[in-house]
Design a protein. Structure first.
Length: 304
């Protein structure tokens, strides 16, 4: 599926007819891939890398265009079960057009940042800026989910909450790798700014990109370190909750066994004291009550 846009009056607008400058291929078909390779001379390996979620970010230069592979977070759905995934986007910058390759269909030009755009290199940088902002949004969600799971772990002993934390921790590892890879690609863009054709405004945006990506990386590292450092503590909390529960059950069992022993002793099928007294039943019941009270007193004395 291909969508076409053009720059008009510092805005990015739909352009279904001729004259389009920006082409977005979402999950391209084999026919579209052959067109990109044969007609536009895109490198087949680079094109495949743009659709590979495990590919690292990089910048390459071909005779007629610059090829950039950049990492971005995939749109999160309920079916992901707290697994935040990373995908790739391919940007191929020609003199008169920009081609974007995506694994899934999305609206890449949403947000205030795209309201004033004057050139194709600026569009490319703003797409990168939007990807970094998307990472930051996901990091905030991950932090919020981890706090909710922490409260649940403090009150429950179910393994699924710990498994959810492990899933979040794994997602953060992938995010750290992707953001670090993006930072290297951005640095290479800065070193080749003149070759790409970045103007003064684009260079200012590139500096903002470097700062935003560094802050995003630092935030991801903080969240990852917090999760890693607290995993053992939370596991200890679960074990402690189990110990407290077992202790409570043992105390209840002992509290029941003491009066039961007294009553059982006077219920044996042999001659026992008090068997001839008319109030033997109440005396035995009283002894059972006294034994229970004695156990309670002993528990408070020992601080059970």
């Amino acid at each position: 599926m291909v969508r076409q846009y053009k720059l008009y009056d510092c805005r990015i607008e739909d352009c279904p007819q001729d004259g389009a400058q920006i082409f977005i291929y979402a999950n391209p078909s084999e026919e579209e891939k052959r067109y990109l390779i044969d007609e536009l001379k895109l490198d087949e390996h680079t094109l495949a890398s743009a659709l590979d979620p495990d590919e690292l970010s990089r910048l390459e230069f071909e005779p007629e265009h610059a090829a950039l592979i950049f990492k971005r977070p995939r749109t999160y759905t309920a079916d992901d079960y707290l697994h935040f995934r990373v995908s790739s986007i391919g940007l191929f910058l020609f003199k008169d057009r920009l081609i974007m390759l995506l694994n899934d269909d999305l609206a890449p030009f949403e947000g205030k940042i795209f309201t004033h755009t004057t050139s194709l290199p600026e569009v490319l940088l703003k797409v990168l800026y939007r990807s970094i902002s998307h990472f930051l949004e996901h990091l905030k969600i991950i932090n919020r989910i981890s706090e909710e799971l922490e409260h649940k772990i403090n009150r429950a002993m179910e393994n699924r909450y710990l498994i959810n934390l492990f899933t979040l921790e794994k997602s953060l590892v992938y995010y750290l790798n992707a953001i670090t890879s993006n930072g290297m690609a951005i640095e290479k863009i800065k070193h080749n700014a003149a070759k790409i054709g970045l103007g003064p405004e684009a260079l200012e945006l590139l500096d903002d990109l470097i700062i935003e990506n560094a802050q995003c990386l630092k935030q991801a590292e903080i969240y990852s370190n917090i999760l890693t450092g607290l995993m053992d503590a939370r596991g200890t909390i679960v074990g402690n909750n189990l110990n407290v529960l077992m202790k409570t059950l043992n105390i209840i069992t002992l509290a029941i066994m003491v009066p039961t022993f007294v009553v059982s002793a006077f219920s044996m099928n042999v001659r026992i004291p008090l068997s001839g007294l008319p109030f033997a039943f109440w005396i035995i019941l009283g002894l059972a009550a006294v034994s229970s009270l004695g156990f309670v007193f002993l528990g408070k004395l020992k601080k059970w």
